[in-house]
Design a protein around this ligand. Structure first.
Ligand code: ATP
Length: 221
């Protein structure tokens, strides 16, 4: 039987100020191993949907389930170790690259410790030497910051990555490096899942084996 990883059950989200519906009763089942391309016009709700799945934004109705269990507030810290959201603009904190990479391992929910050798190996596969660890993250280019954000996500060893136009501001060479590293993470475990949004049709065809189309906050089959 195919194993349910993420489920959205009749999920509705409204704009708190205007009451406008942003997600309209979305039902979705993501199973182990899925490589989902999430597409739709600008403003159709792709980021809203990924942020709802990641439990970064509250929903008004419905449920988000992970491995069949509702992600209740008390489960969110552990859920964040399994389901990682990567935004178009990397969410790095002030400090060095090392401080950014170790951040998830400083949280109370951390179940394992930071693996510096693995971090160095990942950075090296991106053509970056160990010295980058001591560099102030704010001095990196936007593209390099996004690669650091991907390395940080991989070090957490999640089951699910939610990739929200992650390469939109990267040049072609960095896009290729980003995709290669993300693919290595995914292929290392057949159960791993990603949902990847992009306006680049070629990228969507490279990274997805199933498509979900959003239109005005609803999923179109
Ligand atoms: N926090 C929020 N509060 C109110 N409205 C929001 C919020 N976030 C997004 N929206 C609105 O929800 C709609 C969907 O936005 P969203 O960013 O999810 O679309 P998208 O499909 O990701 O677009 P794009 O492809 O341009 O990134 C838009 O009309 C947007 O203005």
């Amino acid at each position: 039987m195919t194993q349910s990883v993420i489920e959205m059950v009749d999920v509705t989200r409204r704009d708190t100020k205007t009451g406008r519906t942003l997600l309209a009763g979305v039902d979705l089942l993501i199973v182990a191993g899925d490589a989902i391309g999430l597409v739709g016009p600008s403003g159709s709700g792709k980021s809203t949907m990924l942020r709802a799945i990641a439990r970064l934004d509250a929903i008004d109705d419905g449920q988000i389930r992970f491995r069949g269990k509702i992600v209740t507030v008390d489960r969110v810290p552990m859920f964040r170790r399994s389901v990682v959201y990567l935004a178009q603009r990397p969410a790095l904190v002030p400090g060095t690259v090392l401080q950014n990479l170790t951040l998830p391992f400083t949280f109370a929910s951390a179940t394992d410790s930071f693996n510096q050798a693995k971090a160095i190996a990942l950075l090296s596969s991106l053509g970056r030497g160990e010295s980058i660890l001591d560099q102030d993250a704010s001095t990196l280019s936007g593209g390099e910051q996004q690669l650091v954000a991907l390395v940080r996500a991989i070090l957490v060893s999640p089951t699910v990555m939610l990739l929200d136009e992650p390469t939109a501001s990267l040049d072609a060479a960095l896009v290729q490096r980003f995709e290669t590293l993300a693919r290595q993470w995914k292929d290392a475990d057949v159960d791993r899942v990603w949902i990847w949004t992009s306006h680049d049709a070629d990228q969507i065809s490279r990274v997805s084996s199933k498509l979900i189309r959003l239109e005005s906050g609803s999923v179109n089959a």
